[in-house]
Design a binder for this molecule. Structure first.
Ligand code: GLA
Length: 392
């Protein structure tokens, strides 16, 4: 297999001097509550987006090439930074969006050549978009010499996604990609915008199953969930979901109507589950963690209505394996509408657990399941300059 470095050299005829890596993420619990100021518990994972970069004056142009779409090379200059020049969730829009969001802050992207490589499947609910955005943010900061905090970077990337891609996402993905920590989950308070790492038990593995059902977030379903939460908040006469109890949602069931009642019930119960899950994780209470993940999935399936049959089969298969045999929890992860499930399992049974999921999936849908073990990893990083030598 040709290395990414050699591919870059073959493509551009020059040597990169900078490597940037940005991981994907899974979310253990706290789904669809980042954009309403809840707490969430994501983990940065090993699959990642890598950028190789050769700074070149290049007449001020930024050349972009993605190894995933080999024949296309794009040349961008600041006049192209206006939102939405190319269809919505195209990878180029994420890159241009981040350049545009930095330009708004007076930070221009210097001329360069960029190669994009990925071990992170797109549309699998594993935050390939936030990884791409964060990698470009680091590139711009490094080449312009104007760095900013992890939070400020995440906010600029979120702005890029809102304005250039058209997805009104929360801040969870950009913060987890930026702040990931090896062996840790992150307890992110999206209202305070604060992050507390929580150590994961050493003996637990993360198993990710990609349902293969691609989800597009710009298509309106995600926006509908966000708007439903805003509408419900208004009916409940509150200005923060953090002040709303389950009792108050139940009391206002008629005023909310069926759809908003269900969305609101997910919002408040999921917030409560994150608190309980982080306590259970700190105290190593595996059965409790498993129960909370199951409740979270059920709530996403029945009340928030963002699951799909493939995700439900994978989660049911996870629980059918048995907590007594080393299974420690399963749920859909990310926005839903397809994408992936996350499973916590004891390391000693991880391989047999994967076999079990594969066979259940094959039986239900007649297709192979893409499933892998991963570990909690560090957030986005730059590799020091001058260490890259092509093997050619
Ligand atoms: C997507 C968004 C996040 C979050 C999740 C659902 O990944 O980018 O901000 O809302 O969906 O929890």
């Amino acid at each position: 297999m040709i290395s990414d470095l050699d591919q870059f050299c073959a493509q551009y005829g020059c040597t990169p001097s900078l490597r940037i890596e940005a991981p994907g993420r899974v979310n253990l619990i706290g789904e669809h509550i980042d954009y309403i100021g809840g707490c969430v518990m994501p983990v940065a994972i090993e699959p990642k987006i890598t950028l190789l970069v050769a700074p070149e004056s290049n007449g001020g142009k930024i050349e972009l090439w993605s190894a995933e779409q080999e024949d296309t090379k794009y040349k961008i200059s600041p006049k192209d930074f206006t939102p939405k020049t190319i269809p919505e969730e195209h990878w180029l829009n994420y890159a241009i969006g981040v350049m545009g969001a930095y330009a708004e802050q007076g930070v221009m992207t210097p001329g360069c050549r960029v190669g994009i490589f990925s071990t992170l499947p797109a549309g699998a609910g594993l935050s390939s978009s936030a990884a791409l955005e964060t990698a470009f943010a680091l590139l711009i900061e490094e080449l312009s010499g104007q760095s900013c905090s992890i939070l400020e970077r995440a906010l600029r990337c979120q702005r890029a996604e809102h304005e250039w891609v058209g997805v009104p996402c929360g801040i969870m993905d950009q913060l987890s990609v930026g702040a990931g920590l090896k062996n840790h989950a992150l307890l992110i308070d999206c209202q305070e915008q604060s992050i507390k790492p929580v150590r994961l038990p050493k003996e637990l593995n993360l198993v990710v199953a990609d349902s293969g059902v691609k989800h597009a977030l710009a298509d309106g379903e995600y926006r509908e969930r966000r708007q439903a939460c805003e509408a419900a908040l208004e009916i409940l006469h509150e200005n923060s979901w953090r002040n709303i109890s389950l009792e108050s949602v139940l009391k206002n069931q008629d005023a909310l109507g069926d759809r908003l009642f269900k969305r609101a019930r997910h919002a408040v119960t999921e917030m409560q589950r994150v608190n309980e899950f982080s306590d259970a994780l700190i105290n190593n209470q595996i059965p409790k963690m498993a129960q909370l993940m199951q409740d979270s999935h059920n709530s996403l399936r029945d009340d928030f209505e963002v699951s799909c049959p493939e995700l439900d089969v994978l989660v049911d298969a996870g629980f059918a394996f048995g907590v007594e045999k080393g299974h420690a929890g399963s749920r859909m992860t990310g926005a839903g509408f397809g994408g992936s499930t996350i499973h916590l399992v004891h390391e000693s049974i991880a391989s047999s657990f994967i076999e079990h999921l594969r066979s259940r999936y094959q039986k239900a849908f007649g297709r192979e399941l893409n499933c892998f073990i991963t570990q909690a990893s560090d957030g986005a990083r730059l590799q020091p300059l001058n260490t890259l030598k092509p093997a050619l």
